[in-house]
Design a protein around this ligand. Structure first.
Ligand SMILES: NC(=O)c1ccc[n+]([C@@H]2O[C@H](COP(=O)([O-])OP(=O)(O)OC[C@H]3O[C@@H](n4cnc5c(N)ncnc54)[C@H](O)[C@@H]3O)[C@@H](O)[C@H]2O)c1
Length: 355
């Protein structure tokens, strides 16, 4: 009998809806080959929902999601709705309620894509960024006073806990131990004198359990430069919530387009649903034109298959993406002329090509 998997689907806004639809069809095709029967639970939660109801998701939204095994998200964001409303009204509550404390973002240059960097001969870009996903700089502690007066001020506190840093570090160290044994830790302990030295201490204390992994601290500014100058040196990178967020947009840029990059918000213990989404946003500048690259969403779906315990199905999906790219079917962000639908159709064909 097929394995039943309940997936909550939140396409969101703009190109989120355009890349989600074909991805579900591709997942169904992969599922048929691997005995997975997807039951989609569709939710129209979005900025459009917010303008209609005053909420990004219904009051019992998290309870509804708790019934799903996994969550697949497109992107949210719409001009006119402040970005902090869409983030704090949907994504952040989901990441926190379901203890999705790891945000895993692969940075890999896929075959068939021209790297925007001039790489040294033989350089491969293939690393993972582990972003702490539940605390750090994304905190609600703080406030604003004396609004609209010359004395106005804003205070925003970062929150770093031993448990939060240690579990992110341990996840990253486990990954490094299973790969090339190298971990880069993003810090800024020269300028940020409380939280960042604490981050460094906890990372290094945790690393004592991993004698085979070499850990190197990089200040975030120098690390950003190395992403551009020498990306081949990285195996696994661990970073706080904000640093990881910024680094992974840069990571997406060096692998050709933000339209390809995937992201998994993971509850590693599997006690709660995890959430998979592309790194990109709702791209209002190209929404409605049918030219959004669907590969970030499809790659995110592959990460979901992997997390569900189907590494073979996940690998087949990535191979289908690679074959599509080397076959020259590409959206304009990658210098091609194909539409979202044409790229998705090509991936779908590849998925079934060895039947
Ligand atoms: N996780 C999320 O839902 C998420 C993430 C980032 C931004 N946002 C929101 O999205 C909105 C737009 O934000 P932004 O412009 O800073 O970032 P964005 O990622 O939406 O777009 C940045 C640039 O990349 C291009 N791009 C992005 N995805 C693409 C794709 N799949 N194919 C081709 N080109 C693509 C866009 O056209 C744009 O030029 C904002 O409201 C923002 O808050 C949401």
């Amino acid at each position: 009998m097929d394995e039943q998997v309940r997936v909550a689907v939140i396409p969101g806004d703009g190109i989120g809806t355009e890349v989600m639809e074909p991805t579900l069809g591709i997942l169904e095709a992969v599922g048929r080959r691997h005995g997975i029967d997807f039951a989609w639970q569709h939710h129209d939660w979005s900025c459009e929902h917010y303008t209609r109801t005053g909420r990004m998701m219904p009051e019992d939204g998290l309870e509804q999601l708790a019934e799903a095994d996994q969550i697949l998200l497109g992107a949210v964001g719409y001009p006119g709705v402040p970005d902090h409303v869409s983030l704090w009204g949907l994504l952040i509550p989901i990441r926190r309620a379901f203890k999705q404390y790891i945000n895993l973002r692969p940075v890999r240059l896929l075959p068939g894509i021209e790297c925007p960097l001039r790489l040294k001969e033989g350089t491969e870009i293939d690393f993972l960024v582990v972003r702490e996903n539940n605390e750090g700089e994304y905190s609600e502690v703080g406030g604003r006073m004396y609004r609209g007066t010359p004395d106005e001020f804003a205070v925003q506190e970062s929150v770093f806990t031993r448990r939060g840093v240690e579990r992110a570090a341990r996840y990253a160290l486990d990954l490094a131990a299973s790969r090339r044994g190298s971990l880069a830790s993003a810090t800024k302990s020269n300028g940020i004198i409380h939280t960042m030295p604490f981050w460094d201490e906890v990372v290094h204390e945790t690393a004592k359990d991993y004698p085979g992994v070499e850990v190197r601290d990089y200040h975030i500014d120098a690390l950003s430069a190395q992403f551009v100058l020498d990306p081949g040196r990285f195996d696994v990178v661990v970073a706080s919530n904000l640093f990881g967020d910024i680094l992974t947009d840069l990571g997406a840029a060096i692998i050709g387009s933000i339209g390809i990059a995937p992201s998994g918000n993971l509850n590693p213990e599997g006690e709660h649903p995890s959430m998979f989404e592309p790194v990109h946003g709702s791209a209002p500048d190209i929404a409605g034109q049918g030219i959004a690259n669907p590969l970030g969403q499809i790659w995110a779906a592959s990460m979901m298959l992997d997390h569900m315990g189907h590494p073979q199905a996940a690998a087949e999906l990535v191979s289908a993406m690679e074959a599509t790219l080397t076959g020259g079917v590409r959206t304009p962000d990658l210098g091609g002329t194909a539409s979202t639908t044409e790229v998705a159709e090509a991936v779908l064909q590849q998925v079934g090509s060895d039947d």
